[in-house]
Design a protein around this ligand. Structure first.
Ligand code: HEC
Ligand code: HEC
Length: 197
């Protein structure tokens, strides 16, 4: 009876890849990511994205592209030394763990601006890739709902101006090309107030 149990436990541990599952959280702390992105990837510093509850495949691609310098807008400079000290396996462990954490609480904001942002989101084809209200992205695309307002606005401008110009970011340049900075802010106001279901 005992032997059977021990054998079953052994098999279960091998299948679950315990090193990976357990280490995402520890790595995120040990590599200094918490300093800017907050405990468990929530409560991020100003202009820094929440990572909790984000799509795992998307997170992993960003970490890889930031490490490789493919995504390299100026606000990423302070993060580069931290991500450079991670291996591909460690990034995968952190991405998988972060994706399982509950998303951040939404921030209260300006209802009038948010309403304008909601209309822009509908009229400019954002739903096709990011889902209704930014809550249901395609396979390896990002959730936008409940992300930090200042971070979203910066990204819309960076993608529009082709400062953030990765292969996938270029897919949406046509959708954002005509936005003014004020419209980028309205979109950010809206998305930062949408609760993640
Ligand atoms: C010094 C602060 C700082 C540290 C430390 C830091 N980051 Fe970042 N991180 C940022 C900022 C700021 C951005 C967004 C910059 C931009 O593009 O505007 C970012 C962006 C990201 C993104 C992209 C998110 C998205 O929605 O596209 C990921 C993923 C990420 N960081 C993971 C990590 C991991 C993992 C670590 C630890 C190895 C880490 N970061 C350490 C500041 C930091
Ligand atoms: C054709 C598909 C597509 C459309 C349409 C699209 N996006 Fe995106 N969007 C993407 C992809 C893919 C990414 C991630 C790019 C990457 O991997 O670097 C992204 C990234 C973003 C980001 C950055 C998220 C982060 O965490 O860094 C924001 C903000 C954003 N989109 C807003 C919008 C808005 C607003 C619209 C409508 C005006 C829109 N997108 C339309 C595909 C799309």
């Amino acid at each position: 009876m005992m032997l059977k149990f021990v054998l079953a436990l052994g098999v279960a541990l091998i299948l679950a890849d315990p090193a990976r599952a357990a280490d995402g959280k520890a790595l995120f702390a040990a590599k200094g990511c918490v300093a800017c992105h907050g405990d468990d990837g929530r409560k991020a510093m100003a202009a820094t994205p929440h990572l909790a509850g984000q799509n795992a495949a998307y997170l992993l691609r960003q970490m890889t592209e930031i490490a490789d310098g493919v995504r390299s807008s100026p606000p990423l400079k302070p993060m580069k030394p931290a991500i450079d000290k991670t291996t591909p396996d460690e990034r995968k462990a952190m991405a998988d763990w972060l994706a399982l954490q509950p998303a951040a609480e939404v921030a209260a904001g300006d209802a009038g601006k948010a309403e304008k942002g909601a209309i822009l989101f509908e009229e400019h084809g954002c739903i096709g890739c990011h889902g209704m209200d930014g809550t249901k992205p395609l396979a390896d695309y990002p959730f936008l709902a409940a992300q930090r307002k200042d971070y979203i606005a910066t990204q819309i401008r960076a993608i529009r101006d082709e400062v953030r110009s990765t292969r996938r970011a270029r897919l949406m340049v046509a959708n954002v090309r005509k936005f003014t900075d004020v419209e980028a802010e309205q979109l950010a106001e809206f998305l930062s107030q949408v609760k993640r279901k």
